[in-house]
Write a protein that binds this ligand. Structure first.
Ligand code: ZN
Length: 229
């Protein structure tokens, strides 16, 4: 039987929590794998060691089974054959039913390249003529989450019950979102968590609940039961 594995990619160690920390907290009984492409070494604050610790702390808050890092170069995520194959092999190894990646249009070029890389890798992973150590695999669904810019979303996920967990997970990334007085001033340490919560509240309000994260599923969305929409 196919396991219900969800594989989520992010460019930097805090991307996944920003876009879908609530979704993860709400699905703590699912088998979720978080995969960061870089260690975020180019961030204005923090360093590799600090960011690694923060990512693991957040993983534990979200009760996620496994978090891996592909150690690609921060600010230099290249969509080339080598990297597409690396990501394809991660997909083939875990055989997820659902893959998430950042939406392809975002203020940060690394987020866009992460998105493109995962899209390419999903395609390659399903090709029989791509030979690697793992068997071919094509996930059932590919879904985009949003980091900075939001457009063209096609569903909303209710995170009202778990908003505090999302805040707790985001707060683990203290080097990015905290300000100890010595930090370099960035848009991230200027009430960023509060802005994300406000954004989630805005989308919750659209759906008549307190907080929602929003997503874009690639391809058609099938409805079997009209009472569920
Ligand atoms: Zn990022």
């Amino acid at each position: 039987m196919k396991r219900n594995i969800i594989l989520i990619f992010g460019a930097h160690p805090d991307d996944i929590e920003i876009g879908m920390g609530g979704f993860i907290a709400d699905n703590k009984d699912s088998e979720i794998i978080m995969c960061d492409l870089t260690l975020g070494e180019m961030g204005s604050n923090g360093n590799i060691e600090i960011r690694e610790k923060e990512a693991l702390k957040s993983q534990s808050v979200l009760n996620v089974k496994e978090r891996i890092n592909l150690s690609m170069a921060d600010r230099n995520i290249i969509v080339d054959k080598k990297n597409i194959e690396i990501v394809s092999n991660v997909i083939r190894k875990y055989k997820p039913k659902i893959v998430f990646a950042p939406y392809p249009k975002d203020y940060h070029p690394d987020h866009e390249n992460c998105s493109k890389l995962v899209r390419e890798a999903i395609h390659l992973s399903g090709l029989i003529k791509f030979k690697s150590n793992y068997e071919k695999h094509r996930p059932d669904s590919f879904i985009y989450y949003y980091i900075n810019d939001i457009e063209n979303q096609n569903f909303y996920y209710n995170i009202s019950e778990v908003i505090e967990k999302k805040i707790e997970a985001l707060s683990c990334h203290e080097s990015q979102f905290g300000n100890d007085g010595k930090s370099v001033k960035t848009y991230l340490n200027n009430d960023f968590i509060d802005k994300i919560v406000t954004r989630d509240k805005y989308y919750g309000n659209k759906c008549g609940v307190n907080y929602c994260e929003t997503f874009h599923k690639v391809g058609a969305i099938l409805v079997n039961n009209i009472w569920e929409i």
